[in-house]
Design a protein around this ligand. Structure first.
Ligand code: CDP
Ligand code: CDP
Length: 254
């Protein structure tokens, strides 16, 4: 039975829904790592079990990219003004254990995982205005809710004081194999995996500047782990971080 997230519901960057807890310090768990290392699915399961909201910062970069592609499919004609228009269409909506981006109030789960968005998202993620917009959305949620956020720079830039930081890595071949299976390629051939590995490694290179392991992050290599193993490891770390935060609070130091 999933634990209920603490801090009440409410979408649109944290507004609406039941009243959140008062001034109690919020818990932020940061899960970073390269593409397909297991961040989002792990963060989602950790959130469900530990009673936090999941926020997928990569989905926000993808939503900004999808909205921009709707406005101007020709990437060579993108302008900063259009990007501002594009992100204004994106809202964050509260689900039972997650905040999900929508465009003009409609579901975009499939659109943001498509090949066009995946091809151009790293370009959009280089734009300082878009990085600022994503960070602002996520920080607004953290003021009202206990959250687990996954991305690339969550533990370094967005929440350098996060209660817990995890950096997930896995062998590129294994990451590619998992991504294909996730996309319903039941028995990927070596050629399929090699092609997907190339795509992932190229995207890792484009994202290298912001994909940084924080000094105080716990490194978990998921190559030989089951998802259940990595999830239970992180849930145990979340509980330990909560106990530390509660102890600091009762000492009057928090
Ligand atoms: O799921 P996957 O790791 O393939 O990508 P994602 O988390 O959905 O992120 C999509 C893209 O957003 C990445 O390739 C990065 O370019 C960008 N991103 C970022 O720059 N910083 C973040 N905190 C999260 C994502
Ligand atoms: O968010 P990110 O791109 O880092 O990865 P993901 O989309 O959460 O994970 C890629 C796929 O790997 C998902 O289908 C997971 O279920 C799967 N997987 C995993 O994350 N960890 C394992 N130990 C085994 C499979």
């Amino acid at each position: 039975m999933p634990a209920r997230p603490r801090g009440g519901g409410g979408g649109g960057g944290g507004g609406g829904g039941p009243a959140p807890h008062g001034s109690r310090d919020r818990i932020v768990v940061a899960i970073d790592g390269p593409a397909a290392s297991g961040k989002s699915s792990t963060a989602h399961l950790v959130a469900t079990r530990a009673g936090l909201y999941h926020v997928d910062s990569g989905a926000l970069y993808r939503a900004a990219t999808a909205a921009q592609l709707r406005i101007q499919p020709d990437v060579s004609r993108w302008t900063e003004a259009q990007m501002q228009e594009a992100v204004a269409l994106v809202t964050l909506v509260a689900r039972p254990t997650a905040f999900r981006p929508m465009i003009a109030g409609a579901d975009i789960d499939l659109e943001i995982r498509g090949p066009d968005v995946t091809r151009y998202v790293s370009l959009v993620a280089q734009m300082p205005a878009i990085r600022g917009w994503v960070n602002e959305q996520v920080r607004a949620l953290a003021r009202r809710h206990d959250i687990v956020v996954d991305g690339r720079d969550i533990g370094t830039v967005v929440f350098p004081d996060a209660a817990l930081k995890v950096f997930l890595v896995a062998d590129p071949w294994e990451r590619a194999r998992r991504r294909l299976i996730e996309r319903h390629v039941r028995r990927p051939t070596d050629a399929d995996i090699a092609e997907e590995t190339d795509r992932l490694v190229q995207r890792d290179a484009r994202d290298a500047t912001q994909t940084v392991q924080a000094k105080d992050a716990i490194l978990i290599d998921t190559t030989t782990l089951t998802q259940e193993e990595q999830v239970s490891r992180i849930v145990a770390l979340v509980e330990a971080a909560r106990a530390r935060a509660a102890e600091r609070g009762s000492d009057g130091r928090g």
